[in-house]
Design a protein around this ligand. Structure first.
Ligand SMILES: *[C@@H]1O[C@H](CO)[C@@H](O)[C@H](O)[C@H]1NC(C)=O
Ligand SMILES: *[C@@H]1O[C@H](CO)[C@@H](O)[C@H](O)[C@H]1NC(C)=O
Length: 663
């Protein structure tokens, strides 16, 4: 079975090769699909490339090339003079606009032209006078030089010549397009392959020469049609082939394939898809000085533009990385990634503008992750090392009620902090904005306990004491499950490392600042407790720490207002009316009183966060308290800036956890 298949294969193989071999040996019918291994009569400059491409001339001046099918045509034994031939050629001019001299298809009694000179004589003879009828030459010329001596019509023509270099008939290279129904001109020296058909019918004695770009079916109308009595020109044996030459200008001429049939034989079909490949045009071509200068100018412009673009891009994505940063474990993001993640810090991606800079939403590519990118502007200089050290510390803080810092990026005057993205935004929006759904008491109580838990962690549970410095509703984020996540922790502290260590910045938000903080400018965990107190009053009352009174330039302080209600014995009146009375009385009362307790003007009178947590969890009962007049406290404390509008909060609390009610 296997043997049979092999045999079949061999038979098919030989069968498919056979026509080429036999035809190539027959002078009446042959085909050179390419010229690989062809036994042609070749002389002069003609060279055979290994891929089967036949090169007639190259860019060297004054070359001649002759190529003939080795066996002659026999015109005596044949009753017919008819023949058909087609070949594919290409001409590569050395200089695009001029090229010389061309390719000639020739029927000749001899393959030798001992006196042939190159150039306009095509290597056949050496003077116009030499041509005589006894030479028995028939030729079709593809002429790319206009020679007035030979009445050439132009430098791009096809002509039929009988014993002369003066064409009997000629026409500018063109073809009839059967698709567009019109003549289209062709440039013989375009370096593009073209196909030509030459057909002689001895009944009509008409020569038809048809030209077309390679790949176009033979046009229905020939380029040239000429009546010639071939029997009066040719001898009994004639060789068929090509001659080609270069003169004072040179071009490379190529033949790709050739098919021929004589005496009524059918012309074998050239398979255009299997022709040898032409070299790339332009190889080794010398450039004129003009085009060289142009090329240099263009290159300089391109390089300059590239360089400028590169520099702008470099500047755009420039970062500052220093050795000491390696020691921090916090992930460093590339500015380019953050830039792309936030679509170039587009305003559309802006989530909010905080005290420390703008926050943008971003989507990182890998890992695909939604993040919030905070751009913190910062004077460069001294503080940067501490600044980054702080940030690195913050990256190590992990608590379910903290917004997780994922990493950072540093530029010259800018620090970019990358956080977990909080899909539900900040708490203040839910308290004050009309379009947000109202938060139920349960949700609010959960938020309060979450923030307290985060502060316990920052103040007591982590390896270092971290003072938040800016506890407020707009710094409390809500995650997808509406859990509170305290953000911006530790950031306020970073500002202390700013440009001028001499000035003490009071950082925080008006309305949340403990009195001793505005006096001494020193933030402590106790000032955080004060802010937390204001914050929980805010959540329970749905009011800002400071509200402008209607119809007056005066402001009302939330602490004062809760105190007033409490003093009247109606503390629940302070509750957010939006709750509609839907709350647990014990819980809301606890929150209001705890808020007041935390807002004690004297720091030693405030509980610490662990105690706050115990009160909130009901582990310890809130001590009995009665409202107390802040005026007295003010007298003791001196100025009390946040409470200039009136009375202030009022309960005292001692460090030994024994609450003293009143004073
Ligand atoms: C061109 O052909 C001639 C004749 O074969 C040869 O001497 C010359 O080196 C060739 N020139 C190039 C540039 O190939
Ligand atoms: C063609 O030329 C041959 C040889 O010169 C001559 O015998 C023949 O009569 C010519 N044919 C015509 C139709 O003129």
């Amino acid at each position: 079975m296997g043997f049979k298949i092999t045999l079949n294969f061999i038979v098919i193989y030989f069968w498919s090769l056979t026509p080429t071999i036999i035809l190539a040996q027959n002078s009446n019918q042959f085909i050179y699909q390419n010229f690989q291994g062809a036994k042609l009569h070749i002389d002069g400059a003609a060279t055979l490339h290994s891929n089967g491409l036949l090169q007639l001339t190259n860019y060297t001046k004054q070359l001649t090339a002759h190529v003939f099918h080795p066996t002659p045509l026999n015109f005596s034994s044949s009753s017919s003079y008819s023949f058909s031939t087609t070949f594919v050629f290409a001409m590569y001019p050395e200089i695009q606009t001029i090229s010389g001299h061309g390719i000639v298809f020739i029927l000749s009694p001899s393959m030798e032209f001992p006196s042939g000179v190159p150039g306009k004589f095509f290597g056949i003879f050496n003077s116009a006078a030499d041509f005589k009828p006894s030479d028995n030459i028939f030729a079709v010329e593809l002429d790319t030089i206009q020679d007035f001596e030979f009445n050439d019509i132009d430098s791009n023509h096809v002509g039929i010549n009988v014993n002369s270099l003066i064409s009997n008939v000629s026409a500018s290279a063109s073809y009839y397009s059967d698709v567009d129904k019109q003549n289209k001109s062709l440039n013989l020296t375009s370096a593009k392959p073209m196909q030509i058909w030459i057909d002689y019918n001895d009944k009509t004695m008409v020569f038809n020469v048809t030209l077309a770009p390679l790949g176009i079916l033979k046009p229905s109308r020939p380029l040239l049609s000429h009546h010639v009595n071939l029997s009066g020109i040719v001898r009994k044996t004639m060789y068929v082939g090509f001659t080609s030459s270069t003169g004072s200008v040179a071009s490379s001429h190529y033949l790709l394939g050739w098919s021929f049939a004589h005496g009524g034989n059918v012309m074998p079909t050239l398979d255009l898809s299997n022709l040898p490949k032409l070299p790339r045009y332009g190889n080794g071509r010398k450039l004129s000085v003009g085009s060289m200068i142009l090329l240099i100018v263009i290159s300089v412009i391109v390089v300059t533009i590239g360089l400028v673009y590169y520099m702008i891009r470099r500047k755009k994505f420039e970062e500052v990385v220093e050795d000491w940063e390696q020691e921090y474990l916090l992930q460093r993001f590339s500015y380019k990634d953050l830039y792309n993640a936030t679509k170039g810090f587009k305003d559309k991606e802006l989530l909010g503008v905080g005290g420390f800079g703008k926050v943008y939403r971003g989507v990182l590519k890998s890992p695909k992750l939604e993040v919030a990118v905070k751009k913190v502007s910062h004077g460069s200089g001294q503080g940067m090392k501490e600044f980054v050290a702080e940030v690195a510390c913050m990256g190590r803080l992990r608590h379910r009620n903290l917004v997780q810092l994922l990493g950072y990026c540093r530029r010259k005057c800018e620090l970019l902090l990358v956080y977990d993205y909080m899909p539900n935004g900040s708490l203040d929006k839910y308290l004050y904005e009309e379009d947000k759904p109202n938060l139920s008491w349960n949700a609010r109580f959960k938020v309060i306990r979450g923030v307290a838990s985060a502060l316990v962690y920052l103040h007591e549970e982590w390896e270092q004491v971290v003072v938040h410095r800016d506890v407020k509703a707009s710094n409390v984020m809500l995650d997808a499950d509406m859990n509170a996540r305290l953000g911006d922790f530790g950031l306020a502290r970073l500002y202390d490392h700013g440009t001028n260590p001499q000035t003490t910045h009071v950082v925080g938000t008006v309305g949340y600042l403990a009195p001793e903080l505005t006096r001494k400018g020193k933030a402590t965990i106790s000032t955080d407790v004060f802010s937390f107190g204001v914050f929980i009053l805010e959540v329970a009352c749905g009011k800002s720490p400071i509200t402008a009174l209607q119809g007056s330039s005066r402001e009302m302080y939330l602490i004062d207002w809760v105190y007033e209600c409490w003093k009247k014995g109606m503390i629940l009146e302070a509750c957010d009316p939006k709750l509609g009375g839907a709350y647990v009385v014990e819980e809301i009362e606890l929150v209001l009183k705890l808020g007041m307790l935390c807002c004690n003007p004297k720091p030693e009178g405030r509980p610490n966060m662990r105690q706050v947590m115990q009160f909130l969890n009901g582990d310890n009962p809130l001590p009995e308290m009665t409202p107390f007049d802040a005026k007295a406290a003010q007298a003791n404390l001196g100025s009390f800036p946040i409470s200039s509008a009136g009375n202030s909060a009022c309960a005292s609390y001692s460090n030994d956890s024994i609450l003293q009610v009143g004073r």
